[in-house]
Design a protein around this ligand. Structure first.
Ligand SMILES: Nc1ncnc2c1ncn2[C@@H]1O[C@H](COP(=O)(O)OP(=O)(O)OP(=O)(O)O)[C@@H](O)[C@H]1O
Length: 500
């Protein structure tokens, strides 16, 4: 059947459905048309934006000139509605001229994406259908509801204690991709919940991957939605500083009070309290009091709770009680998505070749990626010439050289451990379980390939192992690479990430 004929028949069905007739799910009926709309949309907006925002769109129904589509979260609904609704309407009108309006509604995915780790986190906050109002908060399971906060004065006081929030660090400005989707969903869940969905929410990941951004986004969201909530956001260093100051001025009671009466306490970069016993002790008490009173805690660190160095065991274990969500190193697609979004925010017309080049070359972290983009945009604005690949290469020569630098064995161990979700300490431990032995072999292999270290030197860095063990690891990884494509891709990807 020709596409034109199909469209005609579809149109007929559509016409029949207009009027009082209520169509049911139309996804099946109009799947051909929907596929065409999707295809054109994809070509229009580019692969990265499509993946970030439009891929999750599902066709719900077509009736009375209204095309209803769903997305898995409110945030996406807002974004898609404000950025793509017109385009969507235009495309649907090409299929059915009667379409007058496109409506985006929220429908959480049927299955959580990571049921083991986050029973509910991967789901969108609350189901919400047009006209149906808010779905009950039942999705979060049993939770005591937290009394919504104190007075506006108290909330104001918390704002004063809190470190300033960066206005750019909102959910709207956060680009979601595979490496950060769990952390993002969890952050949104916490921000939108009336109760305490998991306590604490522990976000961790390498430098410059968006932990602070997500924490600020939560704080912004809560402050906007419920201004009377007492929210404090502080870096662990600031927390420590305030504590030490309170000790000096003998005003520890006031210190305790101000933290223990908050609704939401966020402590960023908690690895900095490692080794500071008195601060840890205080933090531990604050933590327990807040958890006992069902107040939300959100913690970030560069390592998982169990890998935090210099932190007492009881504290590490408590930090892991709630939901631990990691942010993985960026993928090429995510980097490209972030660059596109930032370039859009800067209203800077950057050729896609340049963005692709940057996404390919600068893989260390998002901060560096942003820095590079800002540099070329600033230059282009100053000299009044459009950005080209050549000028980009010239301008960023130092950065690109730096990312070509040789990596260290420690970096390899850290990156590999992160990738396979094992502890860095397991790189040198005696554990022989496959789950840690294989990543260790990969790290040894990469150390051999990417550094000038000898086999015995590498062995020493992996818990004093013999050079024959390293040799065996190198052979084993080569063997596996030759027989297992997935494994080979993994190792090559790790290598590319380490090369920057
Ligand atoms: N997914 C993302 N979308 C948009 N911007 C991002 C994303 N991830 C990171 N960024 C940006 O990258 C920069 C660094 O992020 P951020 O400061 O949140 O990193 P971090 O993980 O807290 O790093 P650190 O370990 O140094 O504290 C910020 O400007 C942030 O806006």
């Amino acid at each position: 059947m020709s596409a034109g004929l199909e469209a005609k028949q579809g149109e007929q069905r559509f016409q029949e459905e207009t009027g009082a007739y209520e169509a049911g799910l139309a996804g099946d009926d109009y799947s051909e048309q929907w596929a065409r709309v999707r295809g054109r949309l994809r070509a229009d907006v580019g692969e990265a934006a499509f993946k970030s925002w439009l891929k999750p769109l599902t066709l719900v129904s077509l009736r009375e000139g209204v095309v209803r589509m769903s997305v898995p979260s409110r945030f996406m609904r807002d974004w898609v509605s404000s950025n793509y609704a017109d385009r969507l309407r235009g495309l649907w009108m090409e299929e059915f001229p009667q379409v007058r309006h496109v409506e985006i509604v929220v429908q959480p995915p049927a299955r959580p994406q990571n049921p083991e780790k986050a029973p509910r986190a991967a789901e969108a906050p609350a189901a919400e259908a047009q006209g149906g109002g808010e779905a009950p908060e039942a999705a979060a399971g049993t939770r005591r509801s937290m009394p919504s906060s104190g007075t506006d004065d108290e909330a104001e006081r918390c704002r004063d204690i809190s470190a300033p929030l960066d206005p750019r660090f909102t959910f709207e400005n956060f680009v979601v991709g595979k490496p950060n989707e769990l952390a993002y969903a969890a952050a949104q869940r916490v921000a939108e919940a009336d109760g305490v969905p998991f306590n604490p929410l522990f976000l961790y990941g390498g430098v410059g991957l968006g932990k602070t951004h997500l924490m600020h986004a939560i704080a912004w969201h809560i402050r906007t939605r419920t201004p009377s909530k007492r929210v404090i956001y502080l870096s662990a260093e600031k927390f420590m500083y305030q504590f030490v100051r309170a000790l000096r001025t003998k005003d520890t009671m006031a210190f305790k009070e101000q933290f223990r009466s908050v609704d939401v306490l966020m402590i960023d970069d908690v690895q900095f309290i490692g080794g500071r016993e008195a601060t840890q002790e205080e933090f531990f008490h604050t933590f327990n009091t807040l958890v006992d009173n069902n107040r939300q805690l959100i913690i970030s660190a560069d390592k998982s709770p169990s890998d935090l160095e210099g932190v007492e065991e009881r504290m590490r274990s408590r930090l892991g009680w709630g939901l631990v969500a990691d942010i993985h190193p960026t993928t090429y697609e995510l980097r490209l998505g972030i660059l596109q979004s930032k370039a859009e925010q800067l209203s800077a017309p950057i050729p896609s070749k340049v963005l692709e080049f940057l996404a390919h070359k600068i893989s260390s972290n998002v901060r560096e990626l942003e820095g590079a983009l800002n540099r070329i945009v600033a230059h282009a604005t100053l000299v009044g010439r459009p950005v080209t690949l050549e000028t980009t290469q010239e301008l960023l020569a130092d950065l690109l050289r730096a990312s070509d630098r040789r990596v260290t064995i420690e970096e390899i161990q850290k990156r590999v451990a992160e990738h396979y979700n094992v502890r860095v300490s397991d790189m040198s431990s005696a554990r022989r379980a496959r789950a840690v032995a294989r990543p260790r072999q990969v790290a040894m292999y990469l150390s051999k390939q990417m550094t000038a270290r000898s086999l015995p030197e590498i062995g020493r860095k992996f818990g004093g192992r013999d050079h024959t063990t390293v040799m065996h690891a190198v052979r084993k990884v080569e063997e596996l690479k030759a027989t297992d494509n997935g494994f080979a891709e993994d190792v090559d990807m790790l290598r590319r990430m380490l090369e920057g």
